[in-house]
Design a protein. Sequence first.
Length: 194
Amino acid sequence: MTHILPAKAFYSSTPFTYLSNFEGGLEDPERLPFCSLIYLKQEEYTFIMKNLLIAILAVVVLGGGYFLVSGKSKSAPMTKPATPTVAVATASPSTAVATEGAMKKNEVAVTLTASGFEPQTVTVKVGEKIVWTNKSGSTATVHSNPHPIHTDYKLLNLGKFEDGGTLEFTAVEKGTYHYHDHLHPNRMGTVIVE
């Protein structure tokens, strides 16, 4: 059986509504015209559009958050250098002085005082070691920039060391790397690896 739509059914304010003026009524789906099966009630349309909008926004926010947190850049090659040697020690001040006296030729010493890293910039060759000694009077850290996410050079995220303790880093890749004390971000330094 074929149904003919009344002309006034096409003048709905919303394109996605039931054809409420259909003469046969809406109770019996078999009596509806074929094209009316694709129409939705206004409430269903609103519900679907809101959920679709929420889903799209969620994907955009989660995707954007992932790229912000991951800190990956297409301009820099993504090569993973060898893992540096990292040693964390909690030594007494007298042991730290003994360690400084025993520095080898391929080691560079950096001292952390209450005013910051000294020297603030060190230059080493690939394979040379940098040893940080904490003489700041408090717990400190060595982390790559930027603060607080430490994503520029993750191999330089050496962690915490107590007053009198030391941290070690062996340079494995040429470049200029900026770092800071995460607990006191105004204390900053730079490692240049040639």
